[in-house]
Design a protein around this ligand. Structure first.
Ligand code: NAD
Ligand code: GLY
Length: 370
């Protein structure tokens, strides 16, 4: 690739649907970073009203070398817009511009834009190519990789969607510099997650580099994004459609999704829910005798140092634990109404377990107390 100041590559190994994740500096302006993906006549950049003024023009310029028509659609910004109504704006743009089967969609934004663009690419004409250009840390280390696409439903998060893999993922680390600190912290939740579930050496590395990560130091960030993507690539390469192993990537998410839905989408950031949710899931693991209190405290300390909440939200004054349980039953891991939690089965190893409601209630009460 020409002109890239530096780039590293991680591969998602899915046979003929394998694809590269490029991680580096200066990629947004480098035509080489987009080589290898479909080069139909038309391209639609799907972004949002916050990211468009920052980066859309640069992506348009670089894509003009691959596609003769490049359009940009800026969606309303926010988790509360991750729904059917907004999805239809993408279909409206595609149909009204006469987009054909070879039209490539480019998701330029965070996880909300990425999940919606991927889902619309899966549906439009039963599937058109798409490329992820993630611009948040959370999207670079998690949501742009692995092909989960979805929109929210008022009754449950990400409940309507499809598995649909991108043709490539282009992570330009430079764009993280404009992220608000709260969003950077939210992304760190998904980076931290990979430690307890898969790699405690990485966890120790994050502990040692948390300040540089919060300052968005490019070299430090490059390693965090690369290692996170490697771990995710291994899991997705083994279990693309979450028939088993892939569920471990949802550590902290069962509690976190309940917070997000219970507070109203957008009130807590996804990564914030995952931060507090990991503490709750670790506490549940301790109650089940799988980890000790020292491990829970170590995780809690790092989550706090990352700028994330370590306490769950009160989502119902009258029966908080009851409301969590109600929301957690609408979870893709639930089976026959039984909630299944990702627990830590010893540091660096995750498992999926159910737990008695009374025990879960006591964990929620303790972890949400003021
Ligand atoms: P987001 O997409 O809402 O982005 C966060 C905010 O940052 C938005 O306001 C956005 O406009 C802004 N932004 C994006 N890039 C920016 C930049 N470079 N500079 C300044 N501002 C920028 O949130 P997110 O945290 O990226 O993603 C959360 C979503 O991802 C949730 O909907 C979650 O369900 C989903 N998710 C999906 C997967 C998956 O596997 N598909 C995994 C994890 C999370
Ligand atoms: N973020 C969870 C997954 O991709 O499976």
């Amino acid at each position: 690739m020409q002109g890239i100041s530096f780039a590293q590559q991680v591969t998602i190994d899915l046979g003929e649907r394998s694809y590269p994740i490029l991680i580096g500096s200066g990629l947004l302006d480098d035509p080489g970073a987009f080589e290898g993906s479909a080069a139909g006549t038309q391209a639609l950049i799907v972004t949002n009203t916050t990211v468009a003024p920052l980066y859309a023009e640069r992506l348009e310029r670089v894509l003009a070398r691959r596609h003769s028509q490049v359009r940009t659609l800026a969606l309303p910004d926010g988790e509360e817009h991750k729904n059917w109504e907004t999805l239809n704006l993408i279909f409206d743009a595609l149909l009204s511009s006469g987009a054909d089967r070879k039209t490539t969609l480019y998701a330029l934004g965070g996880g909300v834009v990425g999940d919606m663009t991927g889902f619309s690419a899966a549906c439009y004409m039963r599937g058109v190519p798409f490329v992820q250009v993630p611009t948040t840390l959370l999207a670079q280390v998690d949501s742009s990789v692995g092909g989960k696409t979805a929109v929210n439903h008022p009754l449950g998060k990400n409940m309507i969607g499809a598995f649909y893999q991108p043709q490539r993922v282009v992570c330009d680390l430079d764009v993280l510099k404009t992220l608000p600190p709260r969003e950077l912290s939210a992304g760190l939740a998904e980076v931290i997650k990979y430690g307890p579930i898969a790699d405690m050496e990485f966890f120790a590395w994050i502990e040692n580099h948390i300040d540089a990560l919060r300052e968005c130091d490019t070299e430090t960030m490059a390693y965090a994004v690369k290692r996170s993507c490697q771990i995710k690539a291994d899991v997705v390469g083994t279990d693309e459609r979450e028939s088993g192993l892939r569920a471990i990537l949802n550590f902290g998410h069962t509690f976190g999704h309940a917070i997000e839905a219970g507070m109203g989408y957008g009130a807590w950031l996804h990564g914030e829910g995952v931060g507090a949710g990991m503490v709750m899931a670790a506490e549940l693991s301790r109650e089940l005798g799988l980890v000790d209190a020292a491990f829970v405290q170590r995780l809690k300390t790092l989550i706090h140092r990352a700028g994330l909440p370590t306490r769950g939200a009160t989502i119902d004054e009258a029966d908080n634990a009851g409301r969590y349980l109600q929301l957690m039953r609408v979870d893709k891991k639930a089976e026959g109404g039984e909630i299944r939690f990702v627990v830590i089965d010893g540091p660096g190893r995750a498992a999926v377990r159910s737990a008695p409601d009374a025990l879960v209630r006591s964990v929620i009460d303790r972890c949400c107390a003021a």
